[in-house]
Write a protein that binds this ligand. Sequence first.
Ligand code: GLN
Length: 203
Amino acid sequence: MSEFGVLALQGDFREHLAALDGLGVKARMVRTLDELKAVDALVIPGGESSVIDRLTRNYGLAQPIKERITAGMPTYGSCAGMIMLADRLENPAVTSTGEQQQTLGGIDMLVRRNAFGRQVDSFEHTLKFADHDLTAVFIRAPEAVQVGPDVAVLSTVPAPDSRAQGRIVAVRQGNLLATSFHPEVTGSRAIHEFFVNLTRGDA
Ligand code: GLN
């Protein structure tokens, strides 16, 4: 049985703890290196990725998380968490001193932050994820605009033009799962269930 953790520096980590709890999985908050060491699967919540980036580095967690990801720790990133798992960002935030936002990386993809517009452009969309139809909530959501050959596209939303592929909003690469949207704020537990199964080698 895996010990689950939710990175709890910023964002809606409580909703992820509740979503996992609803599946009978007790997860702990991860804010320190010792707490990271105690878990073998991690959720990175939605929030503001540039803040999560800065805090993970300030708390000395960025490098250890990267090492765990490289070593195969199952990790799920939702929205800002998806941004954190991207190997490349199209439009990283830049501070007034010129410092660029960094990611933890792990998924071979190029991500565009805020790809669907601003907070006021937040929307819900019913999409296919594995065998489920689920209502997904997008809040200043990112999009995977390019994915590498080892990345499986799990969900898309229709593109405004005729691109047959649609816009990529859920991906998996090995033990890493990322969604543009926020399953933790809806009643559907399909994504968390998929992640739990993934940690058991069942997905
Ligand atoms: N746009 C935010 C970012 O860049 C993500 C928004 C979210 O997590 N709801 O981090």
